[in-house]
Design a binder for this molecule. Sequence first.
Ligand code: G3P
Length: 499
Amino acid sequence: MPGAILVIDQGTTSTRAIVFGPDAVPVASAQEEFPQHFPRAGWVEHDPKDLLRTSLSTARIAMARAEEAGFTVAALGIANQRETALVWDRRTGAAIHRAVVWQDRRTAGACADLKREGAEALVQNRAGLLLDPYFSATKAAWMLDDVEGARARAARGELLFGTVDSFLLWHLTDGAVHATDATNASRTALYDIRRGAWDEDLCRLFRVPAAMLPEVKDCAAEFGTVAARHLGRPLPVLGIAGDQQAALIGQACFEPGMVKATFGTGAFVLLNTGAEPVRSTHRLLTTVAYQLEGRRTYALEGSIFSAGATVQWLRDGLQLVRSSAETGDLAADSDPGQPVYLVPAFVGLGAPHWNAEARATITGLTRGSGRREIARAALESTAFQTRDLVDAMRADDSSDAARAAVIRADGGMSASDFTMQSVADMIDAPVDRPAVLETTALGAGYLAGQRCGLYPAPAEFARSWKLERRFSPEMTPARRDAKLAGWRDAVARTVLARD
Ligand code: G3P
């Protein structure tokens, strides 16, 4: 029977399991949503049991479907929502608190205090990150402080910390393995991305004991074996990557200068910068793109917190459209003479502004403005934000490759032709949409499949990447400049309104 790879893609709103066949094409899948908990304004939590339960249930279904279709699953790969922090008991596996999700803003005050103390330079130099509640370290410290007795238990070595991949791995291996990969480690703010090791100074700064941290491995490595009771038989775990890095791999962006953008709930743009980390002077993040055979490749990353989430708000909050797809039709019908802008700072603004306090605004409304103009403003906000990131990337990495970069797009919102065309128009460069849009799962599957010899080396895998459609810039420079000026004015008003 042909060999296949099972991938668990544990995301922010749902968990998916996908099985890839010998030619790295999906052959079976399953998906399950799970509850989001918002105990206070700006707080976002997941029940760790839901993360584990949906990972197992979707994996069992996808695996059964693949095996019915005649494939033999040989290994497991994991891709996961990043930065989300968990702390659990080393003996029982029970989490001491619900997972504090990457979107959670509860540690904004702690980050502001550290910034005032002048700690951001250390965080940027060692971890490649900035002081923002987005990253895991302040979330872990918050749990240790808030849960009664947790600091003392951590000091006695009774508690473990991990991102979602580590938590799943620990449970799938019945507590035998506490490990992570270098991409996930690079999102904690505790990891020295140059040395490739946990950093004592950062652990001290954020007050997270180093003894709680997982072992950091390559992205393709022997991570341990899933105990037989979970999936019906033992299965080696051979690949792990944070979901955005997994998408970079799934998009075969293995050369410096290659860029991928995943347009999901948020949007994450990663530029491969090669073997040397590039320190951003434009408020981007420096992160590990992947680590293979002990060698790290780095990326510059721009993170936008609301992309598809803005369309969801039109649908579920305003009830302006019945389906997300309708938004594109409305936008295409809008009056081009109406300069309406939506700055989607629903949970603050990410890169390059990093303003946790900003809140969303709509500017330029007149009595003539309607659903169509708001729909267009919502979709175009993703294009404008992408342009802001690309500008920052081009300024940080002035190599010819980075300047000429074509963006490889994926994620749910990449299905919107209107949005992809707007992105191409705003960045004044082509946007390529691939035939296989399951790039996140494909990336983790590729890691595991390459490790067990099912898939070829990166260069050959890259040749199998197929274009579905290229969106080329069509807008005149004058029109683009006018629109960008309007966007920048709207962002300035949004940020000023909270200052
Ligand atoms: O950094 C957050 C990112 O990993 C979340 O991705 O696809 O789960 O929304 P997603």
